[in-house]
Design a protein around this ligand. Structure first.
Ligand code: IVH
Length: 676
């Protein structure tokens, strides 16, 4: 990390870094066209963090480092929308669209165009910019009074904290959760025995209305802006032109928009999206059709609730009815037992659906779902089949409530329903289903990445008694593999190579693969980086783990408890005997600090009296960060640190116009490095 010697230079560097980071983040989050690697981005980001630490006066609210900040709010402040946030009238079929067109034609004599935009299924948000800086973000609320969610919206990376021009404008759009994030979030919640979200909109709403912005940041929300409420310095005569100008300001708009001359063309376009919507990475619930010309919009005007010049064509919910034949229960690696409805096949949004997750026992009870019930099925977030409701009229009179299992379908031990959870759990650590799921997790891509070691191979290895725990995977031999169904010479050799290769993985993969509760890939990496060896992790106290930035009490407790178990000790020993690497192989913190450090590779001269430390101490610390301390000033000197009563060396440095720091600057720089 470069620390410039003067405030002015630091200021310039900070500004340069912010411009760069804003540019890269714009390309990544707004244009969906990343141009640099995450590592390169992180490097620049860290450099900026370092500079801001050393020169706190340079920190400003619109710096990319300040997206997640602030404190946990006691509640959301109310915000009055100076310009009310309206809603839209709906159209459900072709006829509704033709009627809309007729109404428009009656209200104006001018030639008009229609602009079609996707109707994003999220939450309406209003963003206010003053002199190009984001000053307020508010929810719609009842259209007149919403809530101040600025702190949460700042964590949404596609929302620019500053515009490319210093405009005073207010824009509105939809904040949403991408389908992929929704699926991952629900998977994680199910594993943790938590209630799942019904759709991405609810998940986004939950994220956005969290009083702790750190939680919002985890939800990976995004935004599309679709309207300008206050034009400020903007001049546009049509919606199309306005959206284009928003693009130019660095604001994310949806590129999927089109202008048409007739309502018939609009209808054709709308229809194409009936099928295309399932392929989009986000949920849409319709198409919004707007009169493109602003002068005509003004002429046509508004009702109390909605503009007359626009309408929302709503897709029919992709629903269907079918019959539940069976409820299957499966056990995950953490012991959570999840029910799946097995139904008569039904065609839904382009695929045949036979199974729908019922998520948890509470949901079955709440919706009173029974065997042989006729149910309405839909796809949550357009992808995951779910049972919406039971069609009670179709239920036969002799139908009985579904009896929830009391025992584990895999090991038959008694299931528990923990009070704070919605799930049922098998708590038998020897449960075969939990073990095989755990083995599959260990071998999975983000963990030990043993290619070819999928659920089929694993369950066979387990059933044949060849593998009981993850350490046994390293004792698998060629002959043993050949006893498995569908494994011949080639596949066996491939698997052995993959198993062998996984021995050299860095520690974080193992830590993640062990399946310690609450330890995801990120926490595993942080722990490995901090403790470097498994022995250090094994002996770490809860408070040592909590000291890692970003690791909270829940993770720390889980890790400490896990490694306190004697059987875990044994497992690690066996892995060690099998020559599985138990060391972190990434760059160590000190090396990172060194390579990032201003001092690295520089020649420094210390002169005068230092008050905070002795010369020796200062020398040690500089050398630890890769610097070289010499006794005399020469052309090779990069920096002279002048303490009190500095004499000829300082004079020489000044004559040669070298960089000269006082002791405070040195201290700050050294401390800045350590804070990294
Ligand atoms: S225009 C005054 N455009 O749909 C007109 N709305 O049902 C303001 N929505 O409250 C709305 N995508 O939250 C508009 N491209 C789009 C939209 C859109 C989603 C939402 C918006 C609005 C609701 C109306």
């Amino acid at each position: 990390m470069a620390i410039d010697q003067t405030f002015e230079e630091a200021k310039n560097k900070v500004s340069e870094l912010r411009d760069l980071l804003d540019k890269y983040s714009y390309q990544y989050y707004v244009q969906d066209k990343p141009v640099i690697s995450d590592t390169d981005y992180d490097k620049l980001y860290k450099e900026l963090v370092g500079l801001e630490e050393n020169f706190p006066d340079l920190i400003s609210n619109d710096s990319p480092t300040q997206r997640i900040g602030g404190t946990i709010l006691p509640g959301f402040e109310k915000v009055t929308h100076e310009i009310p946030m309206l809603s839209l009238g709906n159209a459900f079929d072709e006829n509704d669209l033709l009627e809309f067109d007729k109404r428009i034609q009656k209200l104006t004599d001018k030639k008009i165009h229609y602009i079609c935009e996707l109707k994003i299924d999220g939450l309406a948000i209003s963003l206010k910019y003053k002199a190009g800086k984001l000053v307020l973000a508010a929810t719609r609320g009842n259209g007149e009074i919403g809530e101040n969610v600025t702190q949460n919206i700042r964590t949404v990376k596609s929302v620019p904290l500053r515009l490319k021009k210093p405009y005073n404008i207010e824009v509105r759009g939809e904040c949403y959760m991408p389908k992929s994030s929704f699926v991952a979030l629900n998977e994680e919640r199910e594993e943790n025995g938590e209630a799942v979200f019904a759709n991405p909109r609810n998940a986004a709403a939950g994220g956005l209305r969290n009083l702790d912005a750190k939680e919002t940041a985890k939800r990976n929300l995004s935004i599309f802006i679709y309207t300008v409420a206050d034009f400020g310095e903007m001049t546009a005569d049509s919606q199309e032109a306005a959206l284009k100008q928003l693009d130019e300001l660095g604001i994310r708009t949806n590129p999927e928009r089109k202008v048409f001359e007739t309502i018939e063309e609009v209808w054709t376009y709308v229809q194409t999206f009936h099928d295309k919507r399932t392929q989009l990475p986000y949920d849409i619930d319709g198409i919004v059709i707007k009169v493109n010309e602003f002068d005509v919009q003004e002429e046509i005007g508004y009702t109390v609730k909605a503009p007359r010049w626009a309408i929302a064509y709503k897709f029919k919910a992709e629903e269907g009815t079918t019959v539940i034949r069976e409820i299957e229960w499966s056990v995950g690696r953490t012991g959570v037992v999840t029910p799946t409805a097995i139904m008569d096949p039904i065609l839904l949004a382009g695929t045949t659906v036979r199974r729908a997750s019922l998520h948890n026992v509470d949901l079955i009870k709440e919706r009173d779902i029974r065997l042989l019930d006729t149910v309405v099925v839909h796809k949550a977030g357009d992808i995951i089949p779910e049972v919406t409701r039971v069609v009670l009229e179709e239920r036969s009179t002799d139908s009985e409530s579904y009896l929830v299992p009391t025992h584990c379908p895999a090991c038959e031990s008694e299931l528990v329903h923990l009070e704070e959870e919605v799930a049922l759990r098998c708590i038998n650590p020897k449960c075969p289903a939990q073990i095989t799921e755990g083995l599959a997790h260990f071998a999975s891509r983000n963990a030990m990445n043993i290619d070819g070691m999928g659920p089929k191979v694993i369950s066979q290895l387990f059933e044949k008694g060849l593998v009981h725990d993850v350490a046994d995977l390293y004792k698998v031999t060629y002959d043993k593999l050949l006893t498995l169904d569908k494994i011949k010479d080639k596949a066996a050799n491939k698997l052995l190579t993959a198993i062998n290769a996984s021995r050299s993985n860095s520690l974080e993969r193992l830590l993640f693969g062990l399946g310690i509760r609450h330890v995801g890939t990120k926490a595993a990496k942080q722990i490995a980086e901090q403790f470097e060896t498994i022995e250090n992790v094994q002996t770490a106290k809860q408070e040592d783990i909590i000291a890692i930035e970003g690791i909270g009490e829940i993770i720390a407790e889980s890790v400490a408890t896990y490694f306190s178990l004697p059987e875990v000790d044994e497992l690690i020993n066996e892995l060690r005997i099998s020559q599985v690497n138990l060391v972190y192989l990434g760059k160590k913190k000190e090396e990172l600090a060194k390579s990032d450090s201003y001092f690295n590779g520089k020649t420094i001269v210390l002169t005068g009296k230092l008050t905070h430390f002795t010369r020796e101490e200062a020398k040690d610390r500089i050398e630890n960060l890769g610097g070289k301390v010499t006794g005399s000033v020469s052309k090779k000197t990069d920096l002279v640190v002048a303490g009190e009563e500095a004499g000829s060396k300082l004079a020489k440095a000044q004559k040669l116009e070298m960089t000269v720091w006082d002791e405070d600057q040195l201290l700050k720089a050294l401390e800045g490095e350590e804070n990294e």
